[in-house]
Design a protein around this ligand. Structure first.
Ligand code: NAG
Ligand code: NAG
Ligand code: NAG
Ligand code: NAG
Ligand code: NAG
Ligand code: NAG
Ligand code: NAG
Ligand code: NAG
Ligand code: NAG
Length: 886
């Protein structure tokens, strides 16, 4: 008992506090203002705002039937002196109530004025979006007559009925004056007609035939129209040119041609607008028309069948000067329908605003590469985000259109808007130099110098780049709200990036733009896939991978260091990527990112810190694609299904890939020269020294010298070629290491030949110095050849790895065969020499390290060799370099 009383008390207290907080009963209000009791509907400007205002007393007002689509988070009741742009933008909030609900549907509430605000400060009461400086709707309070022209437009009629989810009919009836005012409201494209009318009461099916309808819509210029139609057949309007009769869905005037002087066009347009993608057209028609043939009488108190439709219009052409409806198609209740209506019954089943598209673009200008955009100013007639100054920007004679530009495609402005309008492209939606409003903005283009007049247009080119946001604004630097939106869409990747190459198999295109210390990279596959990965490295293993994929939450890009073939070898890295994007268009994945060339860390424990891009060396790029990726729980399923077969070395500075150019000619020359030197001349010279000693005089020696020197010269030339082509000298690869060693050995030879000690006199034993030298010369010489040959082979291998030249294998085998043939000749010569010696001495004299010229046997002229052998029997160490002594 006590409990229930107690809770009742609490309940009463709660109710009281709720009521009092709403009505703010704490403040006593007088009723002195002449505006107390004033009532008016709001004039809709945007956001499908409808409602009725009543001023209650000196400090509050009441709003009923309030509909509004949500605006920004800062929509307020706003007071202003007048409706003109500077006065209304210079207005002030009149209450601390925020209208930030998602959507208002037939709401009613009381609003308290701020304590320091009184009605005499307010001539215009607006619902105002502070963020976008946007008037959603207003009431003019006719206080001092400055805005004395009443808004005759009513967007609310007495009744409203939903025809479908996107189509409503509103009407007001005046039986005494014999008219009905009908408002057709639909969220439908501007190119669609809205049709509504009465069916012939004698019909129960095929309701269209004999029906009297009104067709309403907007012309291309955005002007509303409403025409009186009569349906004679279930078809589009057809004219018979022989007897000039019409059949189908035709305007009344087409049937009659007003030949009897009867007015057949009896529908009068009252008002029309298109806001937020919703068309509203109000027209008036007589209930009882004087035209009995093509109009049906509307009985105000009877139930009558009405029909309606939405569909595409056929614009006027040379033959017909009317908009004609096309067959609506579609299904019942969506594009067409019928119902029974008694127009004198009160109906209002329209709750809240129609689902509308706030971002509907009425005027769109698409910039193209070569067409200049002529920027002028003109009168504000239909500015998309009212209010606006009286003068606004026109582009190509369109008032404040949405401008669509493509990233990477230059936009040419021809500025003719006058010296007082400086165009700029800004992140700020209002323009007029946001700094002056204490706001921040990013200026993408233009500025004080971007102005010109018709007599001398100023041409400027703006290139939106890949980092330009999707939406920016073109505005004047000196006046707010003269321009409107710029939609920045992705252009062709090839427009947005300076360079591109096709990766292996031509399945993935790699795009990049190099800047001083960063690089922007994009990759796109030609095939559909669930993810796309590119990697820097020679293979999947030991590569830095960038994986882009999309899912329900959008596009993602992750970076990894891969050090094995198993999913567990995939290590997520933390690279400092910026401007990351990944999107999938029809299953084709494009990923984009920007990264510093050198990571800003030097923590050796983190692999990503070693992921340095050096633009001067070719960047090896590989790719992989697969069906599904996730940033958690990677498994075998995430492993690639298609990959590149080989890395493509990308020359970042030159803007090409090496493979695309094939084997570079200079490197080919390098290879050939080195083969000539190390495969023919230098070994030839050594063989000459060993096997041609029999040639009379110093012939063998000359051959030896010529071959070695020319070999050395060609080697040095070949080295220069390689260094010049690669624009630098990198001692990183095995090939270079072998090559350098071989060249050093080879260069030592002429020097030590110069320093060689005296040849021993005939018959004398060689001095130990001489002996040492001989050993040294021979060993370095042969060592050089061995290392040089190794350099040839590693060179070919390198060629294969780095340039992916296809014929590398054949080249390698050819080289192997060449040296095998050479080796077998040497073996043959040695064997033959051994036999000769054996015959001569009866025993082999093969001592390791003691195999010098002593063993040389001239197979071609064995006699001389024999004589020489005879005379040189003194020592096996004899080295015949005597010509040098001369
Ligand atoms: C603002 O309104 C007042 C009164 O209606 C008017 O005198 C004044 O010119 C307006 N201001 C501007 C900048 O137009
Ligand atoms: C409907 O039928 C009646 C009787 O046949 C006729 O008088 C009337 O004119 C018809 N109405 C129309 C609109 O055709
Ligand atoms: C006009 O011609 C069409 C076909 O040629 C015919 O069906 C129709 O009855 C004619 N109308 C008149 C009024 O002669
Ligand atoms: C009907 O009359 C209105 C206003 O008088 C006019 O705008 C419209 O073009 C006319 N329609 C036809 C089909 O002639
Ligand atoms: C309208 O039609 C009814 C009959 O349908 C007739 O009685 C009435 O007089 C008509 N009114 C006008 C204004 O034509
Ligand atoms: C804008 O107008 C200029 C001059 O009339 C024309 O050359 C250009 O093609 C137009 N640009 C676009 C995008 O229509
Ligand atoms: C905006 O005005 C400030 C202060 O006058 C000036 O420093 C700034 O350069 C202006 N901004 C632009 C884009 O001209
Ligand atoms: C901008 O901020 C300064 C200092 O805070 C202030 O004096 C000035 O009135 C502000 N201007 C505007 C337009 O709000
Ligand atoms: C990324 O930037 C942060 C802060 O500048 C730095 O600490 C980190 O080492 C950077 N990481 C890489 C991979 O560059």
């Amino acid at each position: 008992m006590y409990n229930s009383k107690y809770s009742l008390l609490i309940l009463l207290f709660l109710i009281n506090s709720i009521v009092s907080s709403n009505a703010d009963s704490g403040r006593k209000c007088s009723n002195t203002s002449s505006l107390v009791g004033f009532e008016s509907d709001f004039k809709m400007v945007r956001h499908q705002l409808r409602g009725h205002l009543k001023i209650l007393d000196d400090c509050s007002f009441h709003v009923t039937g309030f509909d509004m689509l949500s605006g920004s988070s800062d929509v307020v009741f706003w007071g202003a002196v007048s409706l003109n742009f500077s006065n209304i933008t210079g207005g002030f909030p009149i209450s601390d109530q925020r209208l930030n609900q998602s959507a208002y549907k037939n709401a009613s509430f009381s609003v308290q004025l701020l304590p320091n605000i009184s009605w005499d400060q307010i001539n215009v009461l607006s619902i105002w979006d502070v963020v976008n400086i946007s008037d959603f709707g207003h009431v003019t309070l006719h206080q001092n007559g400055s805005d004395s022209v009443p808004d005759s437009v009513r967007t609310v009629l007495d009744n409203c009925k939903n025809l479908s989810d996107h189509y409503r009919v509103r009407w007001s009836l005046n039986v005494e004056e014999n008219w009905i005012e009908i408002g057709l409201e639909a969220s439908t494209p501007a190119t669609n007609y809205m049709a509504f009318g009465w069916a012939n009461p004698n019909r129960t099916k095929d309701l269209m035939s004999g029906a009297d309808v009104t067709v309403a819509g907007f012309t291309e210029e955005g002007k509303p129209f409403a025409d009186d139609f009569f349906i004679t057949a279930y078809s589009e309007c057809k004219l018979n040119s022989k007897n000039s009769t019409a059949i189908g869905v035709c305007p009344d005037v087409v049937y009659e041609n007003s030949k009897n002087g009867i007015m057949v066009n009896n529908t009068r347009l009252v008002y029309g607008h298109r806001r937020d993608g919703v068309s509203l057209i109000i027209f008036r028609k007589p209930l009882n028309s004087t035209d009995e043939e093509y109009d049906l009488p509307v009985h105000p108190t009877e139930e009558m069948r009405v029909i309606w439709a939405l569909g595409l219009m056929k614009p006027p052409d040379e033959i017909r000067s009317y908009f004609l409806p096309r067959y609506h198609g579609g299904s019942e209740k969506v594009t067409h329908g019928h119902l029974v209506l008694n127009v004198s019954e009160k109906v209002d089943d329209c709750l809240g605003p129609l689902a509308a598209d706030d971002n509907e673009v009425l005027d769109l200008i698409v910039a193209s590469r070569d067409a200049p955009l002529v920027v002028t100013t003109g009168e504000a007639l239909n500015y998309p985000n009212p209010p606006s100054p009286t003068k606004v920007l026109y582009i190509n004679n369109t008032e404040a259109p949405v401008l669509r530009v493509e990233r990477g495609v230059p936009v040419k402005f021809s500025l003719q808007a006058g010296h007082d309008v400086a165009l700029y492209i800004t992140s700020d939606s209002l323009g007029g130099n946001a700094t002056l409003r204490n706001a921040t903005e990013t200026v993408y283009f233009g500025g004080p110098e971007a102005e010109g007049v018709v007599a001398s247009p100023h041409e400027l080119i703006w290139v939106p780049d890949r980092n330009t946001p999707d939406q920016v604004y073109y505005q004047s630097l000196y006046q707010q709200k003269m321009g409107w939106k710029v939609q920045v869409v992705d252009g062709d990747l090839s427009d947005m990036y300076n360079n591109s190459v096709l990766l292996d198999d031509q399945q993935v295109t790699f795009f990049w733009t190099l800047s001083e210390d960063s690089i922007t990279i994009a990759a796109r596959s030609v095939k559909k896939s669930g993810y796309l990965a590119i990697g820097f490295g020679s293979g999947m293993v030991n590569s830095y991978a960038y994986v882009g994929w999309t899912d329900d939450t959008g596009g993602h890009l992750n970076t990894y260091w891969i050090d094995g073939k198993h999913p567990s070898n995939l290590h997520s890295t933390n690279e400092n990527l910026t401007h990351v994007r990944c999107k999938s268009e029809n299953g084709i994945i494009t990923l984009e990112f920007e990264r510093p060339l050198t990571p800003s860390c030097n923590d050796s424990g983190k692999p990503e810190c070693k992921n340095i891009i050096d633009p001067t060396t070719p960047l090896k790029v590989i790719w992989a694609m697969g069906s599904k990726w996730t940033d958690k729980h990677l498994s075998e399923r995430n492993m690639h299904t298609v990959t590149s077969q080989r890395p493509v070395p990308v020359l970042l500075i030159q803007g090409s890939s090496e493979a695309q150019q094939g084997l570079q000619p200079v490197l080919a020359v390098h290879g050939f020269m080195m083969f000539l030197a190390w495969g023919i001349l230098l070994p030839g010279g050594i063989l000459a020294a060993r096997y041609l000693k029999h040639i009379k005089g110093d012939g063998w020696f000359r051959i030896h010298i010529y071959l070695q020197y020319s070999g050395l010269a060609i080697t040095l030339l070949g080295l220069l070629f390689a260094v010049a082509e690669l624009q630098g000298f990198y001692v990183s690869s095995l090939h270079v290491k072998f090559g350098i060693t071989a060249i050093i050995f080879a260069c030592v030879q002429p020097m030590n030949a110069y320093l060689r000690p005296e040849k021993p006199a005939h018959g004398e034993d060689a001095s130990s110095k001489r002996l040492m030298w001989e050993y040294f010369h021979v060993i370095t010489g042969r060592g050089a050849i061995v290392v040089g040959i190794a350099a040839l082979f590693t060179g070919i291998k390198h060629l294969g790895e780095r340039y992916g030249a296809e014929n590398v294998h054949e080249l390698g085998w050819a080289l192997v065969i060449w040296f095998l043939v050479a080796a077998s000749i040497v073996i043959y010569l040695e064997y033959h020499g051994r036999q000769q010696r054996g015959r001569l001495r009866g025993s082999s004299n093969w001592v390791l390290g003691n195999v010098e010229e002593e063993d040389s046997v001239d197979l071609l002229r064995p006699n001389q060799a024999l004589t020489q052998k005879g005379s040189d029997s003194s020592g096996v160490m004899e080295v015949q370099l005597e010509p040098l002594n001369r």
